[in-house]
Ligand binder design. Structure first.
Ligand SMILES: [Fe+2]
Length: 276
């Protein structure tokens, strides 16, 4: 069995889980606060640094290992990232939102080098991930707040460097914007029904999740420090995994080593179900 620096963690009680899931559906995101210990953070960050400098990764240009600022399929590269997928309390909340048969859709870590020419308040990068799942026509103002918003994809992000002020380029979200049925209304501090962007500030090892339909961005990193960001993207079983090269993807055998049943399912080893 591979030894992993990632701890099992502690799941929330059913009551806490219910409260968090309700808050997540209402706001479109949930901020966990500090979760990972320093040794877990170090393991994840050093895996990113190693991968960025790894000649085998750099030489395998067809492998799609690094795409711009994204380090793709981190579970393949380091067991710490693999085991992060089932780290509590994240995995239990992902299952509560997406179903007990949900999976890791992708696992791309992000790094943002300092870019002092950007301004922290200026325009840049507000979006929803992928297409709008729940769009509205121009004549309808918003979705009814009494409806439970659909959630197919949850993005869990964990800064691996301290991001305690806006200068360090925090993830920002607009609360409630997953009810808008629209793309962000503007690139300049978009708001939804009076709710302005919230900066998710945390020391390294803090975590937060958002519905991929919630307006969000990585604020410009105007500090003098590279921002390293780990995490997991979880999805309902009906949403296919996005592991390049897709139908020709084969998960490397070492990823399965020592993986228990739950982790195997998160990695995509499903029971039979609807459609197949
Ligand atoms: Fe995004």
């Amino acid at each position: 069995m591979l030894s992993s620096p990632i701890k099992k963690g502690e799941a929330y009680t059913p009551e806490e889980t219910q409260r968090i899931v309700e808050q997540f559906h209402r706001d479109g995101y949930y901020f966990f606060g500090a979760v990972l210990d320093d040794d877990e953070v170090d393991a994840l960050r050093s895996a990113m640094i190693r991968k960025l400098a790894d000649p085998r990764i750099r030489e395998d240009e067809q492998g799609d290992h690094i795409r711009g600022m994204s380090l793709m399929r981190m579970f393949e590269y380091d067991v710490a990232f693999r085991d992060l997928i089932v780290r509590e309390p994240f995995a239990g909340i992902a299952e509560a939102i997406l179903g007990g048969d949900c999976h890791m859709m992708s696992q791309n870590a992000l790094y943002n080098a300092p870019n002092p020419s950007q301004t922290a308040d200026g325009p840049g990068g507000w979006h929803v991930d992928d297409v709008l799942f729940w769009p509205l026509s121009d004549t309808v103002v918003r979705h009814d707040a009494t409806l439970l918003p659909p959630c197919f994809v949850v993005n869990l992000l964990i800064p691996l460097t301290d991001v305690e002020t806006v200068a360090f380029g925090p993830t920002q979200v607009v609360p409630g914007s997953h009810y808008s049925g629209r793309q962000p209304s503007t690139q300049d501090r978009p708001s939804f029904e009076g709710q302005s962007p919230v900066s998710l500030l945390t020391k390294a090892g803090g975590g937060y999740m958002f519905n991929n339909q919630t307006w969000h961005r990585g604020a410009p990193n105007v500090s003098d420090r590279t921002r390293y960001l780990g995490g997991v993207t979880y999805a309902r079983r009906v949403i296919t995994q996005r592991l390049y090269p897709f139908i020709d993807y084969r998960m490397p055998a070492h990823v399965w080593e020592g993986a228990d049943e739950r982790l195997q399912r998160f990695l995509g080893r499903h029971s039979k179900g609807p459609y197949g």
